[in-house]
Design a protein around this ligand. Structure first.
Ligand code: MG
Length: 257
């Protein structure tokens, strides 16, 4: 009986082997090149990895200018390793321009924040800020912990275009993170839109924008439209509302080539 079972098992095995030989070799679907470059991750999550362009590391504002006077230093306050909006001086933007990238930033709404709605810790990150003032495409920064406002203008929104998928706000006084994947719009030679900008954003590690299509440059009134541009700087907004100014730290990006 035992020998019959062994013969039977061998027969089954041979059939399986014969079947395997008729299948494509697994090696045919292995890809060995190009080998991805080595990037050393940061020791602490949220800190810049080895190939990042560091835009602010707590030491100086060298990577930033005030668009009102781009020849001089950025006019916001740097103290204790943190940048704080200096109300009335206008926005700041990066000296360098970028196309597509992974972006990280941390912000803090003051613990004693006052005001309500859009007048409570309002700032914003504008991608591809190629024009004057608050130009570009805004990912809203605003106190969202206990602050009712229109949902396409709350923190995590693409201002007046996309409601965030969640409200992951921390309490005022706590540091909060944004991690973003930005794909710039592309234009045809005649100025028409070839492909819209796209954005994915995580707020405090929670997905709030999932590869959404941007409808055009951010506008307070009316509908957004596109106007041809190339690579652009990143701009941080001085909103002008009377609430206490907010702070930023640990800002970096990784260009996507
Ligand atoms: Mg804003």
């Amino acid at each position: 009986m035992k020998s019959i079972l062994i013969i039977f098992a061998c027969l089954i095995g041979n059939v399986a082997l014969a079947q395997d030989e008729n299948l494509p070799k697994p090696e045919l679907t292995e890809v060995w090149e190009p080998v991805p470059k080595i990037v050393t991750p940061a020791e602490k999550p949220g800190d810049p990895p080895s190939d990042a362009v560091v835009l602010f590391n707590g030491k100086n504002l060298d990577a930033w200018v005030s668009p009102k006077d781009p020849s001089g230093p950025a006019k916001w306050t740097l103290a204790d390793g943190v940048i704080t909006v200096k109300k009335g001086t206008g926005p700041i933007r990066t000296r360098q321009s970028f196309m597509d990238y992974q972006f990280h930033l941390e912000y803090r709404i003051p613990s004693h924040i006052t005001g309500s709605g859009q007048a409570r810790g309002n700032s914003g990150i504008f991608f591809a800020a190629t024009g004057d003032g608050d130009s570009g495409y805004e990912l809203q920064v605003l106190d969202g912990y206990n602050n009712k406002t229109y949902v396409n203008g709350q923190v995590g929104s693409i201002y007046k275009q996309h409601i965030p998928l969640a409200n992951a706000s921390r309490k005022p006084g706590e540091w909060q993170t944004y991690d973003v994947i930005w794909t710039a719009p592309r234009f045809n030679d005649d100025g028409s839109l070839k492909s819209p900008a796209r954005i994915t954003a995580f707020h405090n590690g929670v997905l709030v924008q999932n590869n959404v299509e941007i409808k055009g440059a951010t506008t307070y009134r009316g509908n957004p439209t596109y106007k041809k541009h190339g690579p652009g700087p990143i701009l941080l907004q001085d909103h002008g509302d009377p609430s206490e100014p907010i702070s930023y730290r640990n800002i970096w990006l990784r260009e996507i080539k």
